[in-house]
Design a protein around this ligand. Structure first.
Ligand SMILES: C[S@@+](CC[C@H](N)C(=O)[O-])C[C@H]1O[C@@H](n2cnc3c(N)ncnc32)[C@H](O)[C@@H]1O
Length: 238
């Protein structure tokens, strides 16, 4: 059953709309969103929706990126993994438009987009239906009174734990040291996940199959240091 409490309390913090899109990009968005955009059933319909139902024919695995920004990472992953269905959540419509440009230009057929709060999409998926998830450079909301706006939150960690398969990977990156500590503390506190760290500098390096996102590029240009965290969903006990 979908989590109806989340539907009632769902709220997106931050921008949904930037400057008006050029006509050509607005036309692309209008063409593609009806085909690859996700519309969830109304709140009184509590049925879960399997990821494979969004793809015909179904694909091998399903991955999820929360807050894809302008979609560089998601598009790269889609290109490198044609057998995987990629779900991207992003409420900022100008960012969605950039991802749609990639879809159009690169003929990517394995992307589906949800343009609202990622919690609502997560709540619509069945248990153990997602094989990999990414949260890259989430807004840190540094003021203590704004911490409840953070995407990596206790509630969302529980939601991810539910939908991730045994052995699934969760990747999180940030260049905000206090948020990094906060994420680590919350993730290590959750016995559903283990941190994949073998060497002391592992969290400063990322594997080759982790494309650079726009925010990460900006952060590098400005000389900030990022942390790349990888967690594994522990197998459920029988
Ligand atoms: C700092 S940006 C990082 C964007 C991208 N991941 C990157 O690395 O370039 C954080 C993104 O999270 C998105 N976001 C914020 N709240 C969200 C929510 N509830 N669900 C999905 N995305 C959200 C924002 O719109 C923004 O694009």
């Amino acid at each position: 059953m979908r989590n109806l409490e989340h539907i009632k309390s769902s709220r997106v913090y931050g921008r949904r709309q930037g400057p008006a899109l050029p006509i050509i990009r607005q036309d692309r968005l209008d063409k593609w969103l009806p085909q690859i955009g996700i519309t969830l059933p109304p709140p009184d319909d509590s049925h879960l929706i399997a990821p494979e139902s969004y793809f015909s024919p179904p694909l091998k695995d399903y991955w999820l990126e929360i807050g894809f920004g302008k979609g560089e990472h998601l598009a790269e992953q889609a290109k490198s993994n044609p057998n995987v269905g990629l779900f991207g959540c992003e409420p900022f419509i100008n960012g969605v438009s950039r991802l749609v440009d990639f879809v159009d230009e690169q003929n990517l057929t394995n992307i589906r987009i949800y343009t609202d709060d990622a919690r609502l999409l997560m709540d619509s998926f069945p248990d153990q239906s997602i094989s990999k998830a990414f949260i890259l450079f989430p807004d840190p909301w540094p003021k203590a009174r704004h911490h409840k706006r953070r995407i990596v939150s206790e509630g969302n960690i529980i939601a991810l734990s539910r939908i991730l398969k045994d052995g699934a990977e969760l990747r999180i990156a940030t260049d905000h040291m206090e948020y990094c500590r906060w994420i680590m503390a919350h993730m290590l506190d959750n016995s559903d996940f283990i941190w994949q760290c073998e060497h002391p500098d592992d969290w400063r390096k990322k594997p080759d199959d982790w494309p650079t996102s726009r925010y990460e590029m900006k952060s590098l240009e400005q000389g900030r240091i990022s942390s790349y965290m990888r967690f594994t969903r522990c197998p459920r006990r029988p």
